[in-house]
Design a protein around this ligand. Sequence first.
Ligand code: GLV
Ligand code: MG
Length: 347
Amino acid sequence: MKTPANFFKPLAIGAPEPIRELPTALERTIHFLPPHIEKMRAKAGQTAAKVDVLLGNLEDAIPIEAKEAARTGFIEVAKAVDFGQTGLWTRVNALNSPWFLDDMTEIVGAVGNKLDVVMVPKVEGPWDIHFVDQLLALLEARHSIGKPILIHAILETAQGVKNVDEIAQASPRMHGMSLGPADLAASRGMKTTRVGGGHPFYGVLADPDENKAERDFYQQDLWHYTVARMVDACLSNGLRAFYGPFGDFEDGAACEAQFRNAFLQGCVGAWTLHPNQIEIAKRVFSPEAGEVLFAKRILEAMPDGSGAVMIDGKMQDDATWKQAKVIVDLARLVATKDPERAAAYGF
Ligand code: GLV
Ligand code: MG
C-alpha cells in the first residue's frame, strides 16, 4: 500500500498532477460508437450532441480484421468533432491482447489532450489498474498532456468482482466502473445467453394459495448483488458506478427496468449500444420531476440540514436531507444540459 503522499504523486516525470476529486460531469449515457464503420464516423458529431459521453469502442464487437481501422477511425473522429460538454472516451482492447499497446500509444499520442477516459475491459485486480496507470503517466509525459486521462474499469470477471474494493482504490486516476454482464456471466458460469436483463427462470415461487390454481412466480434481478457491490466500492471511494450494456434492442421496457434498478441502487448512467436506448437512459438517469420537487421542499424546510420536520405526513431529518440533496444536486446537473427538465424541476 502506498503512503497517501506517494499515492498522489505523478507516476512519471512530466506527467500531470493526479486529481483528488472527480470533475463534475453528467454521464447518463455512455454511447458506443463502432469507429471502423464510415457511416457511423460521419454521424459522430450529431451523435455526440445527443449523448453525455461518446465512446469509441475498440474491443469486443469489433471484428479482428477491423481492429486497426477502428483505432484509426476513432482518432479521426476525436480530431474532427468538437465535443463541447460531451465526454470523449474509448474502450481499448484487453491488456493481454495484441492490440492494447498500440491502442494506448497511438490514441494518447494523437488525441490524448481531448480524451477524458480510457475504459479498460476484464479488469481482475488492482495490478491491472497499476499497469495502465503507469503506462498512461509515461505517455502523458511524452506527449505533454495537460490533464490526467482517467481510467474506467469494466467489472466483468469473477475475480474482478472479488477484488472490486481494491480496484476502486488502485489509483487517483480511477473514474468509476461499469457492470459487464455478458463477460461476467461467462466468467462465473452463469447459465444465461443474454446481455444483461433478467432471466425467466431466476425468481422465487410464492407459497401455495388454496384459492389459486397456479402459484405466483416473481422474477428477480440477476444483477442485484453485483451492482450493489460495485456501487459500494465506487461510492465509498468517490467514484461513479454504471450499469453496462443491455443487448435486446427491441425490448425497450426491459432495458428501462434494468437501467432503473441500477439508478435506484446508486448508478449514474448506463451504456447505450443502439440509438433507441439513448432516450431511455436519459429518462431513467435523470431524477423524476415529482421526486425533485419533493426533495426541494425538504431542503427548503431544513435550511441547515438538521433537526426534524413533517412534510405531507412524512418524517424528515438530517438523513433524509442528505437523500434530498443527492436528488437535487443531480437535478441541477441535468438542468445545465436539458432545458425541458430544468423547467419541470422548477430551476
Ligand atoms: C460488456 O463488456 C459485457 O461483457 O457485458
Ligand atoms: Mg465484456
